[in-house]
Design a protein around this ligand. Structure first.
Ligand code: SF4
Ligand code: SF4
Length: 184
């Protein structure tokens, strides 16, 4: 089990991030530039912010796109799941997901699929659109990417061919399963 101290640390990192992106959105991106070493570290694991200059305008644009999705797309809102005190993760919870029956590639790669990245037009793919530029960064591990998928809603929204949820997962209520089926 996780200690109270760990949960405080993970929650603090997420709360600070949410506050930072809220201030960034409210200031038209100015706050991100004032605190640019922080964002450079969060996204690129690198305090040398000047190396990543071309990405910041795209990230600020992406922030507004995500806010737009949250406002206009109920499916996007419904599938967002980010417990504040959850541990950072570099892969989905294997107790909750399994490989799809038709998935023939390795568990450790996505066989050139980038459905989940292009669905939200993520600007953090490389120029060929095949590789994540922030793989295993703080952002990647603490938020959606590292723990994807956490629900059937996410799998359906991103049309993920690799994962499916396990049946009768411990802790999943019948109501939860019924809700998941709304998007099938
Ligand atoms: S895995 Fe990387 S490229 Fe894909 S959505 Fe996440 S941050 Fe963007
Ligand atoms: S949609 Fe699924 S298979 Fe495709 S890149 Fe995302 S996690 Fe991998």
């Amino acid at each position: 089990m996780y200690t109270f101290g760990q949960k405080i640390k993970w929650s603090s990192i997420r709360i600070w991030y949410y506050l930072s992106i809220a201030l960034t959105a409210l200031t038209g991106g100015l706050y991100a530039y004032i605190t640019i070493p922080y964002f450079s570290y969060i996204f690129f694991n690198d305090l040398a912010f000047w190396k990543h200059g071309k990405h910041y305008p795209k990230l600020i644009g992406q922030l507004y796109r995500i806010i737009y999705f949250c406002i206009v797309d109920p499916r996007y809102r419904a599938m967002y799941s980010q417990p504040l005190a959850a541990p950072p993760s570099s892969g989905p919870d294997q107790a909750r997901v399994k490989l799809s029956v038709g998935w023939t590639s390795s568990k450790n790669d996505c066989a050139r699929c980038v459905n989940c990245c292009i669905k939200i037009k993520c600007p953090l793919m490389d120029d060929e659109g095949k590789k994540c530029l922030v793989y295993n960064s703080v952002y990647w591990r603490y938020f959606s990417c590292g723990r994807f998928p956490v629900s059937r809603k996410q799998i359906d929204y991103y049309e993920c061919p690799k994962w499916e949820m396990r049946e009768n997962m411990p802790g999943q209520s019948p109501v939860g399963r019924k809700e998941d089926m709304l998007y099938t």
